[in-house]
Design a protein around this ligand. Structure first.
Ligand SMILES: Cc1cc2nc3c(=O)[nH]c(=O)nc-3n(C[C@H](O)[C@H](O)[C@H](O)COP(=O)(O)OP(=O)(O)OC[C@H]3O[C@@H](n4cnc5c(N)ncnc54)[C@H](O)[C@@H]3O)c2cc1C
Length: 309
């Protein structure tokens, strides 16, 4: 059985999610990685370096989900699995691919039990469902944060494809929020802030601590809705799913919708005035007190100790 893994590309480079998806699907059969887009030489080279990749296929992407789905479908014949991470691009493309192939996609997979049996969360992560998929071709999205990255050290061949796809859909512009912090979905340490921060200015307490730890920054929906943090920092059911080694939650109550996004976190430190807050009860370490007192002290102490990541 063979697998077509559609790579996630971030500004011409291979996004960390693809290496994680590769390790998730390693047991399914030989994996060809499809690098789709423009100016993707770096991404193709990085994909070829991943252990477990048989071939890297490079095709010019039209960079709009509807058009890219046509390219993926055109290349999918002969493959038993068409897979991408369950990030925003995969979630946009793969249902279109499945519709064109007239199959049902299996989305958000966190475990592969057998080539036709997959585990996925339901009810905002409160239950896990095992599904059997006996369709002739499996169109899958994988929750990358649930898996470790595949090793590097391969030299898979890179094949450039000349596909002349036509589409009435055109990408007009992409707006990117500049950021020097790690990718939230795959970061090892995440510092998250809630609405208790009170303002965008105060939210810089979270940002300063995150910077000190080399961590990604997260936020609750309440904090995002209040305008304290940008939309792409939202963690939870309707935001990003994270699985860091350490999550520091500052002034966050732990509503079900937020917890749905942090279930993969290995250790949680909660800073909260309320000892009864759900996230405090779930945390491995709880610092009960005022965040405006604790967080600056914590950052200063890390400074004093010379901690730098
Ligand atoms: C359909 C739907 C989808 C949703 N999706 C998401 C989602 O993806 N992500 C998400 O986060 N939410 C989501 N929500 C919203 C969610 O229900 C909560 O409203 C939200 O998570 C609460 O955010 P919060 O913890 O910042 O605020 P609150 O629940 O108000 O909690 C604030 C916390 O800060 C503590 N606090 C207050 N002052 C201080 C202080 N000075 N020092 C220390 N601690 C202090 C309080 O004790 C409290 O625990 C969704 C809701 C719905 C209905």
């Amino acid at each position: 059985m063979s697998v077509l893994l559609v790579a996630d590309i971030d500004q011409g480079a291979l996004a960390p999610a693809s290496a994680r998806v590769l390790s998730a699907i390693a047991g399914l059969g030989p994996v060809d990685v499809l690098v789709l887009g423009n100016d993707t030489d770096a991404a193709a080279a990085e994909a070829a370096n991943l252990v477990g990749v048989a071939r890297v296929l490079v095709a010019k992407g039209l960079v709009a989900a509807d058009a890219d789905a046509d390219v993926i479908v055109a290349l999918s014949s002969g493959y038993h699995f068409v897979v991408q991470s369950a990030g925003s691009v995969g979630r946009d493309r793969m249902p279109r691919v499945a519709a064109r192939l007239d199959v049902m996609p299996v989305t958000d997979i966190v475990q592969i039990l057998a080539p036709n049996r997959f585990v996925r969360p339901i009810y905002a992560g409160n239950a896990l469902q095992t599904v059997r998929d006996d369709q002739p071709i499996h169109v899958l999205t994988i929750r990358a944060s649930a898996f470790r990255a595949a090793a590097t050290g391969n030299a898979a061949p890179i094949q450039r494809l000349d596909l002349a796809m036509q589409s009435s859909v055109r990408l007009i512009a992409t707006h990117r929020t500049p950021s020097d912090t790690p990718d939230l979905a795959t970061a090892q340490v995440v510092v998250g802030g809630g609405v208790a921060l009170g303002s965008a200015e105060n939210f810089q307490l979270v940002e300063k601590l995150a910077k000190k730890l080399g961590a990604a920054i997260g936020a609750t929906r309440a904090a995002v809705d209040a305008g304290f943090a940008p939309n792409d920092w939202q963690v939870g059911q309707t935001g990003k799913i994270i699985a860091p080694d350490l999550y520091i939650a500052i002034g966050i109550s732990g509503a079900l919708q937020h917890l749905a996004g942090i279930q993969g976190a290995k250790k949680i430190i909660a800073i909260n005035t309320d000892p009864e807050a759900p996230l405090v009860k779930l945390a491995d370490v709880a610092l009960i007190g005022d965040l405006f007192d604790i967080v600056p002290k914590l950052t200063a102490e890390l400074d004093r100790l010379g901690v730098k990541r």
